[in-house]
Design a binder for this molecule. Structure first.
Ligand code: MG
Length: 295
C-alpha cells in the first residue's frame, strides 16, 4: 500500500489525497520528493513560516498551539522564520505570546538575524550604514558590526516605518562610493489592518533606481535564509522540513535548500493555485492542525 503511494508521480498523490484528506497519506505523511523518499517520521528538525501558518492577523491558526507544544514535548529542534526585520526575537516572542503562542526567543529566526549571520561570515571590515529598526541594528551589533556613516563596508537596508529622505540620500551616496548594498528581504508590501504598506523591497528598488546597483537580498525566497537557520540549530537538509503558506517563497526556497516541504492552505496560496507553479510541495495540509498527529 505504502509503496504504491511512494512511486506514484508526486502530483497524482497530492491531487487525489488532498482532495480527500488535505494530506498525501494521513497515517504517515509519506511522499516522494523526486530525489529520495522521506516521511514526516524521518524529520528531526522543523522550520516554519509565521504569518499564514501559525498566526493570521494576530490570531492563532488552528493547530498552531498544539504544533508548538508537540515540538517542545518531543524535544524537536525548530525555528519560526519571518522575513520581517523590524523586531528582535524577544519582541517577536512577546508579540506571539499575546496571540497565545509560546515561542521562546531562541526559536525565532528573522531576515535581520540571517542578514547578520551572512555578513559576519563575509571577509573584510565589519562596518555598516544601516537603515532599519532594532531588529536589524541589534542583530548587526551582536554579530560584531560597528554602525557608521563614514566609509562603511556595507549599506544594510531593512524594514522600517520611518524612511527619511536624508538617510536614503546618504545610502545612495555611500553605495556610489563603493559600499556593498545588502537588503534583509525582498517583500515590496506588508500587511496592515488598513491596507498594504510599502515594504523593504519597494524602498530598495528606489535606491537601485538611483544608484543603478542591485542589492544582495538575504530573506526568503533566498535559500540562504534557511541555510543560516539550519546552521543555528545544527540541522541537516535530509532530516529537516519547511512549513509555509506561499509557493513562491516558502516552498521554492525550501525545495532549493533540499528540505521536505509542507504547504498549508491556511494562508496565501490556495489549493487551485498550486497547479500554476512549475514545482510542487512534498506535502499539502489544510492547516498545521492536520500535521500535528503525524509528529
Ligand atoms: Mg506566510
Amino acid at each position: 500500500m505504502l509503496l504504491s503511494w511512494v512511486y506514484q508521480p508526486l502530483w497524482t498523490i497530492t491531487a487525489s489525497v488532498a482532495e480527500q484528506f488535505g494530506v498525501h497519506d494521513l497515517d504517515t505523511g509519506e511522499c516522494n520528493t523526486g530525489f529520495m523518499t522521506r516521511s514526516v517520521r524521518d524529520i528531526e528538525c522543523w522550520l516554519t513560516d509565521m504569518d499564514g501558518v501559525l498566526v493570521h492577523e494576530e490570531r492563532p491558526v488552528p493547530g498552531a498551539v498544539e504544533l508548538l507544544n508537540r515540538w517542545v514535548d518531543t524535544s524537536r529542534r525548530f525555528l519560526v522564520l519571518t522575513n520581517n526585520s523590524i523586531y528582535t526575537p524577544r519582541d517577536l516572542s512577546a508579540r506571539l505570546a499575546l496571540s497565545g503562542l509560546n515561542v521562546p526567543e531562541e526559536n525565532l529566526w528573522t531576515s535581520a538575524l540571517a542578514t547578520a549571520a551572512f555578513l559576519a561570515g563575509q571577509p573584510g571590515e565589519k562596518t555598516a550604514f544601516v537603515i532599519g529598526e532594532a531588529g536589524l541594528t541589534t542583530a548587526l551589533h551582536e554579530a560584531g558590526f560597528v554602525m557608521t556613516e563614514t566609509d562603511p563596508a556595507y549599506v544594510v537596508m531593512g524594514e522600517t516605518r520611518n524612511y527619511s529622505f536624508e538617510a536614503l540620500t546618504k545610502a545612495i551616496r555611500l553605495i556610489n562610493s563603493g559600499a556593498r548594498f545588502i537588503v534583509t528581504n525582498p517583500d515590496t508590501t506588508g500587511p496592515s489592518p488598513s491596507g498594504p504598506l510599502p515594504a523593504t523591497g519597494a524602498v530598495a528598488a528606489m535606491v537601485t533606481s538611483a544608484t543603478n546597483r542591485q542589492p544582495y537580498v538575504v530573506g526568503k525566497p533566498n535559500p540562504m535564509m534557511f541555510r543560516s537557520a539550519m546552521n543555528r540549530i545544527e540541522a541537516h537538509s535530509e532530516t529537516t522540513a519547511m512549513i509555509g503558506d506561499r509557493m513562491d517563497t516558502d516552498i521554492v526556497a525550501g525545495m532549493e535548500a533540499g528540505l521536505l516541504t509542507a504547504l498549508v492552505l491556511s494562508g496565501v496560496t490556495t489549493e487551485e493555485e498550486i497547479e500554476t507553479f512549475p514545482y510542487r510541495p512534498s506535502l499539502v495540509f489544510n492547516s498545521v492542525a492536520d500535521l500535528v498527529p503525524l509528529i
